[in-house]
Design a binder for this molecule. Sequence first.
Ligand SMILES: O=C[C@H](O)COP(=O)(O)O
Length: 219
Amino acid sequence: MQKPIIILNYKTYLESTGDRGRELTWAARDVMQETGVRIIVCPQTPELFHHKGYGIEVFSQHIDPIEPGSHTGHVLAQALIHCGVTGSLINHSEDRMPLPDIKKCVEICRKNGLTSVVCAESIEKVREVSQLKPDFVAIEPPELIGSGIPVSKADPDIVRDSVKAVTDPEVKVLCGAGISKGEDVKAALELGTVGVLLASGVVKAKDPKAALRELVAFK
Ligand SMILES: O=C[C@H](O)COP(=O)(O)O
């Protein structure tokens, strides 16, 4: 079985903010170096710069559909690149966008060499946004987010059918929501995804490094 891609979304938990967030990034870097599993961290936008240069990929939780110019409070691709960011989540369930904005964000990521991860809440949405040719589509049923009930077990059909809905071999499928254990990751790979997008199972764990080790060990 191929090694999974793990995208760890820090969201706005205090456990992943400030110095605690940087410790989490170091822990993820260590586990990635120990195991060879590709782990990507997604700190909050104002803190992205503080996670630069630690030898682990950093993605933004958000990017705006804008070009350089007169915009206030937005997130510009070139500023993300300056922070050492190499990709971005787009349209997360907690940060929804209209389809034209999603399309523009995917184009901006492509033009600027940023990896795009478009989140989708249903199979229909997966089918729709995969036509935009992002690098990844992440299926995440909103009702399972933060539940600790893994989508790969609670609703395997939505994962399997999302993989089938993506006809472009260049667009890879991730799944997320409730993922916390190695067996959840193994189930996600067996359903045809290339990895998982998760948050609370690691960020809110008593020992996040141990939780990450278990996640990638398929124990
Ligand atoms: O970005 C992560 C997803 O919203 C899943 O969150 P969760 O792992 O806390 O369920």
